[in-house]
Design a protein around this ligand. Sequence first.
Ligand SMILES: NC(=O)c1ccc[n+]([C@@H]2O[C@H](COP(=O)([O-])OP(=O)(O)OC[C@H]3O[C@@H](n4cnc5c(N)ncnc54)[C@H](OP(=O)(O)O)[C@@H]3O)[C@@H](O)[C@H]2O)c1
Length: 250
Amino acid sequence: MTDQRPFITLITGADKGLGFETAKGVGAAGHHVLVGARNAQKGAAAVATLRTLGITADAVQLDVTDHEQIVAAADRIRSQFGYLSVLVNNAGIAVDHHQPASQLALDLARQDMAVNYFGLVDVTQVMLPLLKATHRAKIVNVTSNMGSLGLATDPTSQFFHVNSLGYQASKAAANFATIAFAKELASTGITVNSVNPGWTATGFGGRDVTQAAPAGMQDVATGAAQIIKMTLDDSGATGTFTENAGPLPW
Ligand SMILES: NC(=O)c1ccc[n+]([C@@H]2O[C@H](COP(=O)([O-])OP(=O)(O)OC[C@H]3O[C@@H](n4cnc5c(N)ncnc54)[C@H](OP(=O)(O)O)[C@@H]3O)[C@@H](O)[C@H]2O)c1
């Protein structure tokens, strides 16, 4: 029997950037959006803006590196809704800045891993019982072409010349989480997919958003398009890694 209940979608790091744009897109499609934000005030402000657009949304305080906060968020979703339809693991940071691998401070690499990989896995593990409480659940992991081992080792790819071990390793690890969860959850019907938004004009990595975007950097609506598409996708596709232009090599 089809689940007729409303879609409840949690997006981590949704107070700004690609997460907020995704909230707008899936909210406009009728999902009730749970805006994950580590800063409660920023989360509330994002929700207020979404509501002015006619989107139903609530803020959920969620630092993905804080296990107790993740559990508290899941408890709240359980008591308020009883299930979760979609988890978009979007929160991410890049605190290393292309230092050569030999000079990368391990503390920076650990920070990237803590948010982009361990945070993603922790949130996924804690939210899984809620996702299993509806039969059409999805997990969308926002990773990066920077985490593609295939592109990094392809001499014809522009990513062959990119060397940013902390961030790249964290996104490659996040892609592996997609593969591992997709395999484990295949029999449950829960789909798990990675999406590369592409180089997008947000404040990511400390970029000053008041400055004009450099040539080649796409706007945030273009960056969020594939995330939104995979969040709304009902094809049953799982274990994929895609961007607007199509599939990417792992
Ligand atoms: N922009 C790009 O060119 C690009 C390219 C490829 C992939 N991506 C990926 O896209 C995702 C979104 O990036 P963006 O461009 O939208 O960057 P952004 O504007 O900097 O947004 C990042 C979001 O993640 C949140 N965040 C950071 N650390 C967190 C934590 N510990 N717990 C919870 N939330 C946390 C931020 O919260 P605060 O507001 O509190 O800082 C913010 O909401 C990231 O995973 C990034 O790796 C971006």
